[in-house]
Design a protein. Structure first.
Ligand SMILES: *Cc1c(COP(=O)(O)O)cnc(C)c1O
Length: 346
């Protein structure tokens, strides 16, 4: 008997390291990274900084840790932070922005994740004894809860100009910034040149087992390194984490295009099924969000029926489902998913 193949569309975080990554781990030159003596970590940080067009970078344990360190580095306790109301920092990071960083999140709504510069400007109130100090604007690209949507370099430029004019720093949660760059076929630096600092994840579509990178100027990274330590993120022979990261940055980026083609194929396929609604204009990278409002099933029932057919997806609300394509998802898996959804929808 063969084990049943599972089609796991819950997230691109389920990707496993490639053979080449495992080989790179086996041969990585290691040292104690708290002493900044791990040659493999140092090399990854150098490549990350160069790729993003910034001075320096820092390997951290997760995207959540990267965001928390960045909030604490860019702002002081009690400051006001402007972010998008559906952003990952606001929704999915256990409230660390308040619980640990002691900051006041100031969420602004948007249609697809891209903030309106005029609304940002209006949120930056003039100085007054009653008001907290606004110190940071956070952007997210691609935008997860809006469907993996892209914020274009021009949109980043416009909104950052407003922030900078008012002495706010700009931080980019670029967990999936490579997806945005590959989808628009533009250089990473087009997305990063208008922001002060950013993070990206190795552990999602790039297939690494662990890790994210914070990128910014020397002073930002020096302070971030200290905060990483206070948060328990100082690692020792972290080259075993950095080695697959180097492989990822050198060889796994262009591959993301396949994930985007598969997501598009999946979205178009299921959009033809009665009772399923997909906003195809939002399917810009490797995510497919859809509504099953027109079916006589709750999201939980829909997910269980998929699971009976060895397909995994996430329910985001009573009738909203998310599917994410990644290296483990090939065209045949997409086809099987479409036909399975057809069957369980009747
Ligand atoms: C996944 C994700 C994070 C957090 O990364 P973890 O490594 O899961 O902590 C942050 N921001 C966005 C937009 C993400 O999608």
């Amino acid at each position: 008997m063969f084990a049943k193949e599972i089609i796991d569309l819950r997230s691109d975080t389920v990707t496993k390291p490639t053979e080449e990554m495992l080989e790179a781990i086996r041969h990585a030159e290691l040292g104690d990274d708290v002493f900044e003596e791990d040659a493999t970590v140092n090399k990854l940080e150098r490549i990350a900084a160069e790729t993003m067009g910034k001075e320096a970078a820092l390997l951290v344990t997760s995207g959540t840790q990267a965001n928390l360190i960045s909030l604490m580095t860019n702002a002081n306790r009690g400051d006001l932070i402007i972010l998008e109301s559906q952003s990952h920092i606001y929704w999915y990071e256990v409230g660390g922005i308040s619980a640990i960083a002691g900051l006041l999140p100031w969420p602004l709504k948007s249609l697809t994740g891209s903030l309106d510069p005029e609304e940002v400007e209006a949120a930056i109130r003039p100085q007054n004894i009653h008001f907290p100090k606004p110190s940071l604007l956070c952007l997210e690209n691609t935008h997860n809860r809006h469907g993996g949507t892209i914020i274009t370099p021009n949109q980043i430029k416009a909104v950052s100009a407003v922030a900078h004019k008012n002495n706010l720093k700009v931080y980019l949660d670029g967990a999936r910034i490579f997806n945005a760059a590959v989808a628009l076929n533009v250089n990473l630096k087009e997305f990063t040149k208008h922001v002060d600092n950013l993070m990206f994840c190795l552990s999602k579509g790039l297939c690494c087992p662990v890790g994210s990178l914070l990128v910014g100027n020397q002073e930002f990274i020096r302070r971030a390194r200290k905060l990483r330590k206070i948060l328990g993120g100082g690692m020792r022979q972290a080259g075993i984490i950095a080695a697959p990261g180097i492989v990822a940055l050198e060889s796994m980026i262009e591959r993301l295009k396949e994930d985007h083609l598969n997501a598009r194929h999946l979205a178009e396929g299921i959009s033809k099924i009665d009772g399923i609604r997909v906003n195809l204009s939002r399917v810009q990278t490797n995510m497919v969000y859809f509504s099953i409002e027109g079916l006589a099933l709750t999201a939980d029932q829909f997910i269980s029926k998929l699971k009976e057919n060895n397909i995994l997806a996430l329910a985001l609300s009573e009738n909203r489902i998310r599917m994410v394509t990644h290296k483990g998802i090939e065209r045949k898996h997409v086809e099987k998913t479409i036909t399975t959804i057809e069957t369980i929808s009747h």
